[in-house]
Design a protein around this ligand. Structure first.
Ligand code: XMP
Length: 180
């Protein structure tokens, strides 16, 4: 792996494909163990999580289902400090279900916090866990924790393995971080 140029930015290698896939195997093993008598429903937050979700899902031996959602915020008619969010593509009733949310990265935590509190919990699932490939502990300011974490990383912008800069670099099998 060498330097990567994406548009006007230069990135340096952070995680190789084999490091990522080895860690994903460990997480899948944990999930297989934790949910061995359950049938969880995975909710995958698009776009950045598509590779992570695909690789983890291939390694599961439990019976499970997967659904993909895109988070959007919309301007309400009433003025409020926060716009409400909606999960496009979420057509299941989550009542009584064991939910595992998968996201590419837990950065400030805003996306996951809002999704869990505004969308998932009001439907009264049986349980909710969160799995993220990357976690930036120094950036996270919302009260949200992931149960399965691939890698803790520095508070630097990353691309590759589904993550993008202005839409580019999602295709790379490795992860790169912005060169300082
Ligand atoms: P928050 O701050 O809500 O971030 O936890 C959630 C979403 O923002 C995107 N994100 C990134 N995308 N490189 C990226 O390509 C990054 O370093 C990065 N940090 C946050 C991502 O979609 C994440 O789900």
């Amino acid at each position: 792996m060498s330097y990567l140029q994406v548009l006007d930015k230069t990135f340096i290698p952070l995680l190789s494909e084999s490091q990522i896939l080895d860690r994903i195997q460990n997480i899948a093993d944990e999930i297989n163990q934790d949910y061995k008598n359950k049938q969880p429903l995975f909710l995958v937050i698009l776009n950045g999580s598509f590779m992570f979700a695909s690789d983890i899902f291939k390694k599961l031996s439990i019976q499970s289902r997967i659904s993909f959602v895109k988070i959007a915020s919309y301007k309400g008619l009433v003025s409020s400090t926060e716009n409400p969010i909606t999960a496009i593509g979420l057509d299941q009733n989550l009542h009584g279900q064991d939910i595992i949310i998968l996201d590419d990265i837990l950065d400030t935590g805003k996306t996951l916090y809002r999704f869990v509190h505004d969308v998932v919990l009001p439907m009264h699932p049986n349980s909710v866990k969160i799995g993220v490939l990357l976690y930036k502990p120094k950036a996270c300011v919302f009260d949200i924790k992931a149960d399965y974490v691939g890698f803790e990383i520095d508070n630097r912008f990353v691309v590759g393995y589904g993550l993008d800069y202005d839409g580019y670099a999602r295709n790379l099998p490795e992860i790169y971080q912005l060169k300082s």
